[in-house]
Design a protein around this ligand. Sequence first.
Ligand SMILES: *Cc1c(COP(=O)(O)O)cnc(C)c1O
Length: 435
Amino acid sequence: MTTTDRNLQLFERAKALIPGGVNSPVRAFRAVGGTPRFVQRAQGAYFWDANDQRYIDYIGSWGPMILGHGHPAVVEAVQKAVLEGFSYGAPTEREVELAEAIIRLVPSIDMVRLVSSGTEAGMSAIRLARGATGRKKIIKFEGCYHGHADALLVKAGSGLATFGNPTSAGVPPEVVQHTIVLEYNNLEQLEAAFTEHGPEVACLMIEPIAGNMNFVRASVPFMKRCRELCTQHGALLAFDEVMTGFRVALGGAQSVYARLIPGFEPDMTVMGKVIGGGMPLAAFGAKRAVMEQLAPLGGVYQAGTLSGNPVATACGLATLKEISKPGFYEALSATTRSLVEGLKGAAAAEGVALSGDSEGGMFGFFLFDELPQNYAKVMTTDGPRFNHLFHGLLDRGVYIAPALYEAGFVSAAHTAQDIADTVAAARDVFKTLPR
Ligand SMILES: *Cc1c(COP(=O)(O)O)cnc(C)c1O
């Protein structure tokens, strides 16, 4: 059998060589079915697949491409850096500059360490929290993703506030025995967990606006209580801002909550995605007393051959410079809001129930009336209906996440015309969406 579909040809080749044909599971389209699009090139708000088909890109590498693809200032900075060498394994001025930029923009951070992925940053932050507090237990929430470190691949066990069960083969139950998994936005479970385990909790890690269960905000009373209970019990409040950092606002989700809760600050912050501008770069930071527990100053070991890579830091710095310009987030937020409002309007016009929300350049929408508060509710989305919508949009040149539990991302390169085209495509698909 012959085919002229280059995506399909590449997928067949890839599947023989790479498990599932992909280097990160969600790319395989297994939730939605069909052939993954192999990207040939990208520019601005678009990418082109192996058949030279253009798509309006609402993934942006899962968040990093906040300026759109191939921003000229970023390309120039990377080209210049490449000529100076790819990696040295010795310190550089750009690492200092990037640390200064992060600390200036995120006031809760006194010191920062650069690493190469969000997983590495989250894993290291937990080791540091345990080392700094001398405690073992960590609290996480169902539906929040903090990378694929063993201790975090865990779902709630049966019963209230119990210890979790591994969500991956290869993770022995002993490895997750100190991880407590609670329902997001559930105050009762939060209180019960601290009542029972408070003095043993090293840190509570949370996605403040959860983007790995589509888009779910921590409620203000819930976040306030997380802060109070951590302070009261001497546990560190760790914000996983790998997705939200420099994405929902220049100061991250913590700046959004600081506007709603006077004096609010997390104790630790984990960052990734946007700070690398599309290059492998992530970071974790905290107050000085905590960060000084890290090697070589303290007893908590952490290291990386490519950490603070000179090309990645050039890309990150150039990206931070662009997003720091006055009015950047106002414009980005307005574009993102216009997309969500447009989708709501198109759905209403076609009698389709749809709710949606956004902050800065991050958004989510659901095929039911009310915004969900937790993972269980998100997962009540009708899978086949979502898949119909996904493929309908894909056929019309609009690329959203190929899974209903993922957030969407708008870049500064998305124009009003792109949004209008997207909304028109969505309205067209809504007409045939199964009720
Ligand atoms: C993407 C993500 C991670 C993991 O980052 P990687 O760079 O993929 O390892 C961790 N936490 C959150 C909130 C994320 O969105």
